[in-house]
Design a binder for this molecule. Structure first.
Ligand code: FES
Length: 102
């Protein structure tokens, strides 16, 4: 059994324009938002959910990206509604959000 039920990594890598990067698409705000929501929902901690920052995950052109382990499920997102859907569907109910999956 894994230490966390769901371990989520948000790429927060920054690059100078005109290069693409996840931080160029609001990744830092969305990672902070996800962390806050997981705490509010009392889902954080061992045996539950951990939201982590990551460097470049090498899927820059599909970004912004996050990955959920141990499920090996990759997502892209645009806004807080997308993050809420990933939290409510995947992290709470164990259902992959196909529309955001990459
Ligand atoms: S900058 Fe996010 S995957 Fe490379």
């Amino acid at each position: 059994m894994s230490f966390y039920k769901h371990h989520v990594f948000f790429c927060l890598n920054k690059r100078e324009a005109p290069e693409n990067c996840c931080a160029c698409h609001g990744a830092e705000d969305m990672q902070q938002y996800a962390k806050k929501r997981i705490k509010e929902l009392k889902l954080s901690g061992p045996g539950n959910v951990r939201i982590n920052k990551a460097g470049c995950l090498d899927r820059c052109e599909e970004g912004p990206v996050l990955v959920v382990y141990p499920d090996e499920t990759w997502y892209t997102y645009v806004d807080k509604e997308d993050i809420d859907e990933i939290i409510n569907e995947h992290l709470v109910n164990g259902r992959v959000v196909e529309r955001l999956r990459i």
